[in-house]
Every structure is written in structure tokens, then in C-alpha cells.
Design a protein around this ligand. Structure first.
Ligand SMILES: [Mg+2]
Length: 304
């Protein structure tokens, strides 16, 4: 049997069984140390899979920290300390330095520090980042309650549109296209939501595989049904212009596009905060599965 026969999640399940672990299955591992709740997370970015050599190295560095911060804030935590392991071919030193300038800028933005790391020679460039966060009240994928409303932060689908534009490798892009490309290359983790998630969310995660796929994880782990109303998906004006220009359906991008690094969370409707960019897009009820406009949904990014 090969990994592609099992898929990413089938493989993870078998590895969980070997470890006898019941805790694996959230964006972060939740552990307690003395009086502290620690959130531990790690993410590997590989050249050719997650980024290309021609991308600005500062953006790659920024993104490698941001995707980990996104998991921590998605679990209601503040990022604290990071370790960076580099897989490096023999390449220009300036590339690696620029990568680290991006990591440093991200550390300043999110308020965390790189406290160590490791370097190994490799045929392919890769950055593996391990991040520790702390939280007064960690929140995970388990905990969504029937009667909760489903919320997302920001807008959805921009990153996938940005990736498609990047892969066109054009000489010139319009301004709105550059804005979408920027959202793919340099996503910002929603650190401004930490307090809201800590205080109010019953379940929460970040959206990395796409809304429908990630809502599926939340539904499965909480043992609830999730209904998404596609007319309420938050769409950016840039995504709408992109879809007009290239004759695409923006709902496809919002439902299935990955790497937006927005947050998906549930709580009672009255905890909606009109001063934050959150949208109520659906509801939680008894049952199982994810439904879009009443129809069963599936899909999302698969690593194998
Ligand atoms: Mg995640």
C-alpha cells in the first residue's frame, strides 16, 4: 500500500493508532505545564510544493511563521517561541538572509521570537517551523454546539486566485491582481482575533485547506452538522473583479480555495462583534456532515 492509497488523513489516523494518541487532531497540540496552557504546532514549507524559488524570499520567511501563528491564534493562543529548521541546497547566502529578514519582520508583527533552529543539507529547499504559544483558554475543533452560529473572519478565496495569477507568470498585472497575489504570498494570521476566540468561541480553527474541507474537520471532531449559506460568504472586491475578468464563480474560490489563513469558529449569534470583520455564514445543528445550501458538500486540498 502506498500513502496515496490512504490519503493524508488516513495516514495520520494510522500513525495516531501506533502512538495510542487521542489528542492528535487539532491545529495545535494542547498541553499543560504547571499553570500554563501551551499550544504546540509545526508546519513544513517545501520548495515546489508550497512555494517557488522565484518568490521573494522575505515573503517565504514571513509566510512560514504566519501559517504557524495562524494555527495558534485559531486555537485562541498567543504565539511565543519558534524554532526554525532549514533544509538547504548549496545556494546564495543572500537568499537565506532575506528569508530570515521575512521571519524577523513577522516575529515583530506577531510579538514572538525565534529562539533556535537547525540546518541540514538537502536537494530541495525547505523551512520547518515549530511554534509554542500560550493561552488562558485554549479552544479547538471539538466544542461546536447545536444552536451555535458559524463565523469566518475576513474574506475567502483570495489566496487561491492569487496563486492562479502567479502561475500565469505574466509581465504585468493590474493592481487588484497584485493585491490577490500579495494575499497568497504574504498572508497575515488573524492575531487580532485571539481575545475574541479565547473569550467566546466554542470551537475554532484556521482555514488552510479551504472552507468546506476545514468545516468538515470541525464537524467531525465536534460531532455536529454544519450548514453553510453560500449567499453569505464574504468575498473581496478584488476576488469579484478577478472572477468577472476570468469568468469564474467566486463561490467556488470561497468554498474550496485554500491558504486564506482566516479563522472559522462557532458561538451563539449574540456574541457577534460588529466592529470586527467577521461574517456569520451558517449554523451548527445536531447530526453530521457539511452542507452548502442544504446539499452535502465535500472537497478541499489533499496533500496526497
Ligand atoms: Mg490549521
Amino acid at each position: 500500500m502506498r500513502i496515496s492509497d490512504l490519503g493524508e488523513f488516513g495516514l495520520i489516523k494510522r500513525l495516531k493508532d501506533i502512538l495510542g494518541s487521542t489528542s492528535i487532531g487539532d491545529d495545535c497540540a494542547h498541553v499543560r505545564l504547571g499553570e500554563y496552557n501551551l499550544l504546540l504546532t509545526t508546519d513544513l514549507m517545501l520548495e515546489g510544493v508550497h512555494f517557488l524559488r522565484r518568490y521573494p524570499p522575505e515573503s517565504v520567511g514571513w509566510k512560514s511563521l504566519s501559517v504557524n501563528v495562524s494555527d495558534v491564534v485559531g486555537n485562541g493562543g498567543e504565539p511565543r517561541w519558534a524554532l526554525v529548521s532549514l533544509m538547504l541546497p548549496d545556494m546564495e547566502v543572500s537568499y537565506v538572509e532575506r528569508l530570515y529578514i521575512g521571519i524577523k519582520r513577522a516575529c515583530e508583527f506577531y510579538g514572538c521570537d525565534v529562539v533556535g533552529g537547525n540546518v541540514a543539507k538537502s536537494d530541495r529547499l525547505g523551512i520547518d517551523l515549530f511554534l509554542v504559544g500560550t493561552s488562558d483558554r485554549p479552544v479547538g475543533r471539538r466544542g461546536a454546539k447545536p444552536g451555535d452560529s458559524l463565523f469566518v473572519s475576513g474574506t475567502l478565496g483570495d489566496s487561491r486566485a492569487g496563486l492562479e495569477l502567479l502561475l500565469m507568470e505574466r509581465e504585468d498585472y493590474e493592481d487588484f491582481e497584485l493585491a490577490l497575489i500579495e494575499r497568497h504570498l504574504r498572508p497575515t494570521a488573524r492575531i487580532d482575533y485571539v481575545k475574541h476566540i479565547q473569550k467566546y468561541a466554542n470551537a475554532s480553527m484556521d482555514i488552510s485547506d479551504g472552507l468546506v474541507a476545514d468545516a468538515g474537520h470541525l464537524s467531525e471532531r465536534s460531532g455536529v452538522r454544519i450548514d453553510i449559506d453560500s449567499s453569505r460568504l464574504p468575498l473581496s472586491k478584488e476576488l469579484i473583479r478577478f472572477c468577472e475578468k476570468y469568468e469564474k464563480d467566486p463561490k467556488d474560490y470561497a468554498l474550496y480555495g485554500g491558504e486564506d489563513y482566516q479563522l472559522l469558529f462557532t458561538h451563539p449569534r449574540e456574541r457577534w462583534n460588529p466592529f470586527m470583520d467577521m461574517s456569520e455564514i451558517g449554523e451548527v445543528s445536531e447530526g453530521k456532515g457539511v452542507f452548502v445550501d442544504g446539499k452535502p458538500a465535500e472537497g478541499g486540498y489533499r496533500h496526497f
